[in-house]
Structures are given as structure tokens and as C-alpha cells.
Design a protein around this ligand. Structure first.
Ligand code: GSH
Length: 219
């Protein structure tokens, strides 16, 4: 088995795990939990000096024969799609320079424009114990997220007019996977999401995919 993915599914590791599962790639899953100190051991820091999950390790080797180590969750998902999938226009792998550009720009976009505010929403509306939540932080994050949500809503409308059901193509690709994995955190902001119906519909179609559901079921 050449591919190993470190990190529990209830973390950003969902991104490479989802990509590998969509492709039906065989991989070893090492479900390291960042809340137990497992990402601070010398062994793990030798793999990712940042001390974060996820990490993708491809033992197929690079040009020098050594392991290929990919930390950063979006990089891991994009790497798996590019190097463990076929660019045949059927699966999640970008099948043309245009699709690849879409995957890159939407992945960078979601990290830079959405991730921090989406995480604030998730934490302060859902995950943290009610007494520790700060509603004002969630409200400010929701106001800021309205800007990128308008961008993706307009893009999905343009895609629909072109007969394309997803961000990069007329099929689900790694571009959708990367963005959906972030915007899924913003779903507790119900009014905001309902104000962007194309995005809400697209997001539901992404996260209901069997591969995503299978990964989430692993915890
Ligand atoms: N930008 C990184 C962030 C990784 C990250 O912060 N991972 C969290 C889990 S979702 C983690 O490992 N936190 C533990 C820690 O930082 O100690 C990525 O996308 O991979």
C-alpha cells in the first residue's frame, strides 16, 4: 500500500481522506487525534514539523526514491487527485488545464477567503460548550462570509447557465471537494446559507456523496 493518510476524519484530514475514497484508492489510515498530544511526538514532528494533521505520505517515492510527504490538507487532496486518479473526465481528477486551474483557484480561495470565518462559525455556534461561545464573534464571521458566498453563488449561476453542475465541470471534482469541506463548517449560519440557494444546493450535493459520508462515519 503506497499511500498513508494521518489524521482523524473529524479534522481537516477529511480532505485527503475524501479524495482517496472518491477515487477508490487503497490507503492506510492512521487516525491520529490532535487533541491527545499525538501530533507533538518526535516521530510525528519528523513527518510534519508544523505538528498538524493531516499528512499524506506516498511511499511510491519521488525522483530520488524517497517518500513523498505532503502536509497541508488542500495540498494533500489535490496531490491525491492529480497523482492517484485518472484525468479521464469521469472522476475528481482535473482533466484539462482549465479544470486544474479551477481546482487550484477555488482551493486557494476557500482557504484564504472562507476558512477562518467558517471555523469561527462552527466553533461558536456548534462545537464549543454553550457557556464558552461568543455570539458576537460568530455574527462578525457571518457578516464577512457573505462576501465570498456572493462570489461562489454568482459562479454557480454562471456554471448553471453553461450546463455545468459543479465548480469546475459538469461533474464533481476535487475543486468541489476542497471548497465543500470548508463551507460545510458554515452550515450553522442557516440564514446566510439560505440567502445563497445555489451554494446551499451544491453543498448538499457534495456532502451527501457516499465517499464523504463513508469518511465521516470513521469519526
Ligand atoms: N493549514 C493546515 C492546518 C492544519 C491544522 O491546523 N490541523 C489541525 C486539525 S484540523 C491540527 O492539527 N491541530 C493541532 C495542533 O495544531 O496542535 C492544513 O490545512 O492542513
Amino acid at each position: 500500500m503506497s499511500l498513508t493518510i494521518y489524521g482523524i476524519a473529524a479534522s481537516r484530514a477529511v480532505r485527503p481522506l475524501w479524495a482517496a475514497t472518491e477515487l477508490g484508492v487503497t490507503f492506510e489510515h492512521v487516525p491520529l487525534n490532535y487533541q491527545t498530544g499525538a501530533t507533538r511526538t518526535p516521530e510525528f514532528l519528523a513527518i510534519n514539523p508544523n505538528g498538524h494533521i493531516p499528512v499524506v505520505v506516498d511511499r511510491r517515492g519521488g525522483d530520488d526514491g524517497g517518500d513523498i510527504v505532503v502536509w497541508e490538507s488542500m495540498a494533500g487532496a489535490l496531490y491525491i487527485a492529480r497523482h492517484h486518479g485518472q484525468p479521464d473526465g469521469l472522476g475528481i481528477t482535473p482533466a484539462s488545464p482549465r479544470e486544474d486551474a479551477e481546482a487550484l483557484r477555488w482551493s486557494f480561495w476557500t482557504v484564504n477567503e472562507c476558512e477562518s470565518d467558517a471555523l469561527t462559525l462552527l466553533m461558536h455556534r456548534l462545537v464549543m460548550p454553550p457557556e464558552r461561545r461568543k455570539p458576537e464573534l460568530a455574527e462578525a464571521a457571518e457578516r464577512r462570509l457573505a462576501v465570498p458566498l456572493r462570489v461562489i453563488e454568482q459562479h454557480l449561476a454562471a456554471q448553471q447557465a453553461r450546463g455545468q453542475s459543479h465548480l469546475a465541470a459538469a461533474r464533481f471534482t476535487v475543486a468541489d471537494l476542497c471548497v465543500a469541506s470548508v463551507l460545510n463548517w458554515a452550515r450553522p449560519a442557516r440564514a446566510l446559507m439560505q440567502a445563497h440557494p445555489l451554494t446551499l444546493d451544491w453543498l448538499a450535493r457534495c456532502i451527501e456523496r457516499p465517499a464523504h459520508q463513508a469518511v465521516k462515519a470513521t469519526g
